[in-house]
Design a protein around this ligand. Structure first.
Ligand code: CMC
Length: 435
């Protein structure tokens, strides 16, 4: 961040206020309105933070107009070609890619912390059949605070290596256990000899009667998907993590809130919603009908996996996933008719003036589900996959937030409700309570 010598001047009720201009390292400009209320009595109004930078951050940069995404200055295109997910996790949390020794130590910590407290396993038995794995996951993460009660805010921030390794590793174990529970199979424990992604696939699909063959190509694809989902600056769930964390809540409860935010269909839940939508379109056979429904203001239907608050061009993650999806299906001779439906929908939308005028392009979720299907991941686990991948991003933002001078997050509002003049009759006609 460069401190710009520039100021902007705002005229409020005849009074001039000089507000500093702040410029980020990629040239983004902002007006620092910190003194506005003190000097004028006014606040700013920006519902859903469409136009508000809520913090400084050094973690991730997005240029939504150019379709650029970088973690700690490194383009995601390079990261997917040259790194493993756990290296990216380290990069996000620590600011640098690990050297060989740091990578080995981080791997060892992931292994040591991969087991779930044995008593926690029994929790899984008490969720109703059919419970969504995202609800199970957020509950279980919250419960971690009860099993690791000595991990308070101070020790967590001092030993961020341990707390991040425990979370990143244990969430993977929980996710696989939740899946095994949902299909009535015995759980498979993590193995120290397997990489992060291979371990996850093994815990998901190995069984006493049908040993799982770990396919290196499946591991590679999962690695890419996880890297592409690992962070996305101030999205809804990360904002939830920063907001809740600012009250000095423990890290587990904070991450649990992030998982809950991610589960919504407008956020991470969109990857599952896309597949449900593509199936509907496939069954109906009429792509145009669904495009028209998405354009109709009186119809709540939206084209899932399309549009983004920040990207006004093709989401760079979607571009990589689309290509990997096509190549993986071809190489493994796996046929998914939904890929053809997805291509038709994309083609139709990208040539339609409604989508063109609003800059609506496929986002990260549009092709992701097709790849997950090809890996054998069931649909209700898609958003869980997103959560596993986003864990390092949430931890990195939490660490940055508590390490800075963050005050508790507490926006203002513009009250538009009743005044005492509106309620005076109600209260005048009411007898006082006899205590
Ligand atoms: N289908 C049809 N119309 C759309 C869509 C869509 N998917 N997305 C936006 N629009 C229209 C919207 O109706 C509005 O039109 P108008 O200007 O006539 O009122 C205009 O485009 C701007 O949309 P918005 O809702 O104001 O944009 P937003 O920034 O508030 O919402 C979004 C962003 C991602 C929630 C939205 O595009 C959407 O609902 N997309 C579908 C759900 C989805 O794919 N979510 C995943 C997002 S990426 C991954 C993640 O964040 O987890």
């Amino acid at each position: 961040m460069n401190e710009s010598p520039n100021f902007v001047t705002l005229e409020v009720e005849g009074k001039s206020v000089r507000l500093p201009v702040v410029i980020g390292s990629e040239g983004e400009k902002a007006i620092d309105i910190g003194s506005l209320r003190r000097e004028t009595g006014y606040v700013t109004l920006d519902p859903s933070f469409m136009n508000t930078a809520a913090c400084y951050s050094q973690i991730t940069f997005i240029d939504g107009e150019k379709g650029i995404l970088r973690y700690r200055g490194i383009p995601i295109e390079d990261l997917v070609r040259k790194t493993m997910f756990i290296e990216v996790a380290y990069l996000l949390v620590h600011g640098e890619l690990p050297n060989e020794e740091q990578r080995r130590n981080f791997s060892a910590m992931l292994n040591v912390n991969s087991m779930l407290h044995e008593d926690m396993r029994h929790f899984f038995d008490h969720f109703p059949q059919g419970a969504h794995p995202m609800h199970i996951l957020s509950t279980m993460i919250n419960a971690l605070a009860a099993f690791y009660p000595n991990v308070d805010l101070k020790s967590m921030s001092e030993d961020i290596d341990l707390s991040s390794a425990r979370l990143i590793s244990i969430v993977r174990t929980m996710a696989a256990f939740a899946y095994k529970k949902s299909i009535g199979e015995p759980v498979v424990y993590p193995r120290h000899d397997l990489s992060y992604c291979a371990n996850f696939l093994n815990m998901m699909f190995d069984s006493p009667v049908r040993p799982y063959q770990i396919h290196p190509e499946a591991v590679r694809i999962l690695n890419i998907l996880f890297i592409l989902h690992a962070d996305h600056e101030q999205n809804c769930s990360t904002t939830a993590v920063r907001t809740i964390g600012s009250a000095q809540v423990n890290l587990y409860a904070t991450i649990s809130a992030g998982i809950s935010a991610l589960s919504g269909p407008l956020h991470g839940g969109a990857n599952q919603a896309v597949i449900e939508m593509l199936k509907m379109i496939q069954a109906d056979g009429n792509v145009k009908k669904f495009i028209d429904m998405a354009k109709d203001r009186n119809n709540p239907f939206r084209l899932m996996g399309f549009g983004h608050r920040v990207y006004k061009t093709y989401d760079p993650r979607a571009a990589i996933i689309k290509k990997e999806c096509h190549d993986y299906l071809e190489r493994t001779h796996y046929t998914d008719p939904l890929l053809e439906v997805a291509r038709e929908v994309e083609e139709a939308a990208l040539h339609d003036s409604y989508f063109i005028e609003r800059n609506l392009y496929p986002n990260v979720d549009f092709y992701t589900g097709i790849l997950y299907r090809a890996l054998g991941i069931p649909e209700n686990m898609f958003t869980v996959m997103f959560a596993l991948a986003r864990l390092p991003g949430w931890v990195a933002h939490w660490k940055e937030m508590i390490g800075g001078e963050t005050k508790i997050v507490r926006p203002r509002q513009i009250y538009i409700g009743k005044t005492p003049a509106d309620t005076v009759d109600v209260m005048e006609n009411r007898e006082p309570l006899l205590h």
